[in-house]
Design a binder for this molecule. Structure first.
Ligand code: TEU
Length: 518
């Protein structure tokens, strides 16, 4: 008998950015009890799992990606009890809970880093991080020319003259993964959460961690920030695969749990290495996020993502947005066209075999928000010398109900990021009552994905209708996207759903439809 496919194979994951989902205690920041109180929303959507961004103890220099204690919950979000209640409540609804894990770096407030600062150069405490002497006669120049992903140098000098490496904020020192203590500690963290019932981890910067011996200079040190290039020596070093093998050896004790790598690697063979049978289960493929609203670009992204996963015999994954990228409504042009295209792309994504990741607010058609300078919080804003606005615009809290901010997100009008008054038209409450809303649309297509698609393999068959259209079938459904300027005649068949009303039986521009093929 063949083993049944693991639960995550074609699962719908819903990413909850805890700061922005729901605030239960009126401090203006979302929290764990807030999430637990809104599980109805997730049941209504019919999602299979939550991916929870970091909720561990953190000074929040990078909103939780700077972890000071990886085995406890930050009081801003609640406590361990609140997390356990959330896991139990989600499980009762058949929703699994996966958590973020941040193995590349810690917070500078972590006890290890504080110990390292107090210790002498060359000490055991310093060897948990990447401390080096500087260059030049007095060591006043950084050890190499690496830049931080958030802008500025990737090195910060400490009082005794040594420098430490941080690929992100200065408050996120990179761990030294050549030191066995680092994995020993991660193993404790993995078991700590798995023993509390979590169903797996999204692994932050899964292509980071290992650093090339000798830390050679970058050839393009002025790499535009927040871009990803496969020739970048800061990431995707061969040694990272041993780390993933060690992580997997622990996960194999918990066969219900999944590991999902955040892998900003674009070469298909390099990407597939992360998904070998003894490494990660699945990995984020970011090609669809990068694709233009253009049939050739979208098809290229899909074909490459399928090919990369197939090389490792792993499930493909699909995502259009997350807490790091501009929301797709805005990427596709904002306004009416941006929303129409985002809805159409949701149908493209949900017609594909593999695991799908939705980001909270995507189901409401939220656009990115242009925030005023004085409220920006992403470290990118400061570190880039105010040249990059950062990622706050895609992290504005969820509008739940009512006619004015904070729209039921909090009892406190001083939400951590301000909410636009015009979101009164986009609240969950308003959209639930409207049969034509984006939320109703998402409920329909998510339900159809569960009931109608029969994905046996990760096969996609392409059909050419018109140069400005995309058409493929998978799991017994044909998906047609019209990216052109004129209405498109649809192939014969039962139209199961469309992202916009058909015009005399034709598919309007900037929309998509699903047709039953058997
Ligand atoms: O992101 C890793 C990463 O490479 C990001 O720099 C990403 O490229 C950028 O945000 C633009 O898309 C992860 C987390 O998702 C991010 O939120 C953290 O800030 C970062 O790691 C550091 O932990």
């Amino acid at each position: 008998m063949t083993e049944p496919a693991p639960w995550w194979t074609n699962a719908i994951f819903y990413q909850v950015y805890p700061r922005s989902f729901a605030d239960s205690n009126g401090d203006g920041v979302g929290d764990l009890d807030g999430i637990a109180a809104h599980l109805d929303h997730l049941s209504l959507l019919g999602v299979d799992a939550i991916w929870l961004n970091p909720v561990m103890v953190s000074p929040m220099a990078d909103h939780g990606y700077d972890v000071a204690d990886p085995r406890d919950v930050d009081p801003l979000f609640g406590d361990l009890g609140a997390l356990e209640r959330l896991i139990t409540a989600a499980h009762t609804r058949n929703i699994r809970v996966t958590m973020d894990l941040v193995p590349n770096h810690t917070s500078s407030a972590h006890a290890w880093f504080q110990e390292a600062l107090a210790a002498a150069p060359g000490s055991v405490a310093r060897q948990r991080y990447i401390f080096r002497d500087g260059q030049g006669p007095d060591g006043a120049k950084p050890p190499n020319n690496w830049v931080s992903v958030f802008g500025g140098p990737a090195w910060t000098r400490v009082a005794d003259g040594q420098w430490y490496l941080h690929l992100f904020d200065a408050e996120q020192p990179d761990l030294n993964w050549d030191n066995p203590e680092v994995f020993e500690d991660l193993e404790k963290t993995l078991r700590f959460w798995l023993d509390r019932g979590v169903d797996g981890f999204r692994i932050d910067v899964a292509h980071g961690m290992a650093k090339p011996p000798g830390l050679p200079d970058m050839t393009v040190p002025d790499l535009e920030m927040l871009t990803h290039d496969d020739d970048d020596p800061r990431f995707n070093h061969e040694g990272v695969h041993d780390i993933h093998r060690s992580i997997r050896s622990v996960l194999d004790d918990y066969p219900h749990a999944v590991t999902i790598g955040e892998i900003w690697v674009f070469d298909n063979e390099d990407f597939a290495k992360y998904l070998r049978p003894d490494e990660l289960h699945i990995g984020f493929n970011f090609r669809l996020v990068r694709a233009e609203f253009d049939p050739a670009s979208i098809r290229g992204a899909i074909e490459n993502a399928l090919a990369a996963a197939a090389l490792a015999d792993a499930s493909p994954t699909w995502t259009l947005s997350n807490h790091d990228v501009e929301r797709e409504v805005s990427r596709y042009g904002d306004g009416v066209a941006g929303l129409a295209r985002a809805r159409a792309m949701a149908m493209v994504m949900l017609a594909l075999p593999g695991a799908v990741f939705l980001y909270n607010g995507e189901e409401l058609g939220l656009p990115n928000v242009e925030l005023p300078d004085e409220v920006l919080q992403d470290p990118v804003w400061e570190r880039s010398g105010h040249t990059e606005r950062g990622r706050d615009g895609c992290r504005v809290p969820m509008p739940w109900s009512g006619d004015a901010p904070p729209f039921g997100f909090s009892s406190n009008p001083g939400t951590w990021l301000p909410m636009p008054p015009e979101w009164s038209a986009l609240t969950v409450e308003r959209q639930l009552a409207d049969p034509d809303s984006t939320l109703t649309f998402f409920r329909t297509i998510l339900q159809l994905r569960h009931s109608t698609f029969h994905f046996a393999e990760f096969d996609v068959e392409w059909l050419h209708l018109r140069d400005d259209a995309l058409a493929f079938s998978s799991g017994g459904v044909l998906c047609v996207l019209n990216a052109g300027r004129t209405a498109l005649a649809l192939p014969a068949g039962d139209v199961l759903a469309a992202s916009a009303p058909l015009l005399g039986g034709k598919l309007p521009p900037d929309s998509a439809a699903w047709i039953a093929t058997g």
